[in-house]
Design a protein around this ligand. Sequence first.
Ligand SMILES: Cc1cc2nc3c(=O)[nH]c(=O)nc-3n(C[C@H](O)[C@H](O)[C@H](O)COP(=O)(O)OP(=O)(O)OC[C@H]3O[C@@H](n4cnc5c(N)ncnc54)[C@H](O)[C@@H]3O)c2cc1C
Length: 488
Amino acid sequence: MAFDCIVIGSGNAGCCAAFSAAESGCDKVLVVDVCPQQWAGGNGYFTAGAFRTVHEGLHDLLPIANNVSAEQVGSIDMDRYTREDFLRDIMRLGDGKPDPVLAGAVVDASRDTISWLATNVGLPFMFSYHRQAYAVGGRQKFWGGMVLCTEDGGKGLIAAHQRALAKAKVDMWFNCPAVEITMENGAVSGVVVEKDGARMHLRSAAVVLAAGGFEANSVLRAKHLGAGWERAIVSDGFVLAAALGARQTGDWAGCHSTCWDADAPKDGGQRDLTNQFTKSGYPLGIMVNSSGKRFVDEGEDFRNYTYAKFGRAILMQPEGQAFQIFDAKVIASLRQEEYGDGIVKKICADRIEDLAEKLAEIGLKSKQEFVETVNQFNEAVGRYQAEKPAAWNPAIKDGMSTADLPLSKTNWALTIDKAPFMAVKVACGVTFTFGGLAIDPETAGVISEKTSKVIPGLFCTGEMVGGLFHGNYPGAAGRAAAALMHQV
Ligand SMILES: Cc1cc2nc3c(=O)[nH]c(=O)nc-3n(C[C@H](O)[C@H](O)[C@H](O)COP(=O)(O)OP(=O)(O)OC[C@H]3O[C@@H](n4cnc5c(N)ncnc54)[C@H](O)[C@@H]3O)c2cc1C
């Protein structure tokens, strides 16, 4: 059986690549995925469907956002997010280590890709009000550079991709792992898959690796991420690529790991709650470990610039767990999708001492230390406010800090003193890995370790691409890596 293009993986990246191939004139395009059909869409299904892109502000994105009424337009504040902003974010969060050419290619392609996804693929984009904006003084103020998401989050994203691929007559085979990529005369010649219990050689001169990161592979996780990561809650596409001598690059010891509900399933996701296990409200409160101590600057930057590294920070705490603490002043500002009733186990009390008692039942080791931490934090906020009175504003970096604490909270520091108090228990969730394959940014062709040239016919996209992020990343830029395949 022969195809013009075979894509390995049905995630966002694979779907983009397959649609793009069909649109570019390939008659017979096939997507294979090891998962059953009801699990189509890879990690993308479990996300908020957030997309980071360069943009010129409200007027630029208004035509593609489907959730803005005429009355709302006048009350939205949305700064432009330039090529320089996006590139600077990738490079500064990656400590200068990401490949600047690759990052530049992703950034440059980002805005056109959004238009292509909206118009050609049919993704239903909307403004991410609840996640990326706060209502302040009657205005919706967006922050953190990222403003777009898909309607119904990852579920809506994958459903739209599936509709587009069906319309483009792309074949999709599920329960169908790719087990080998074949070569003839120095070029890719096809893929061996397992289908209905038998091995089958499918011929194709173009194969796209879109099999995601290695977060679900406990062996690779332990090997590359190191000790402790077996406690993290979470493809074997790299094995296929290694057999062809593909070059690996990037931060194999790093990954995007976020604050995750400690009570979430330990292996794999839950199709109904998906991204709702994320617990990203910490800029509005504090986080303490089981010794009752703070361990990160919760106000270091906007959430979408810190959440990718705070999961790791939690994992490094005793038992790999922590508690997020909020008081009545901010509880209403927490996202309902993450902190609503029935979404997460909330521990509530009217006194901090009583909250300590309750937390002790679920892992807090030192009640006294916890109470002292909260008291010292409140006193530091008081001192700062007495010296430099400022208005608390979560939509900007308001500078309200606990400057004289050894570990300061540098923005959004409010006292935790108004009952009721609320805590949730969090752990570390690996969302995606940074190490991957070296590619030519212009063609997405995979580079051979031996020749340093592209392996003819082999392409790579999405999370399998290495070199783009290092240590940390600007939230919702993961999906931008899929843009490369659409541009080539
Ligand atoms: C909870 C969560 C929230 C996130 N939120 C966002 C967000 O809002 N914005 C953002 O940009 N990024 C987000 N990310 C990261 C983003 O989801 C990933 O970067 C992106 O989905 C990767 O897409 P992909 O198509 O490359 O890989 P995946 O989505 O991992 O898809 C890979 C597919 O390949 C299949 N596969 C693997 N091996 C084989 C094989 N041998 N044969 C056949 N099939 C195979 C897998 O079954 C899978 O379906 C989030 C991740 C998580 C987990």
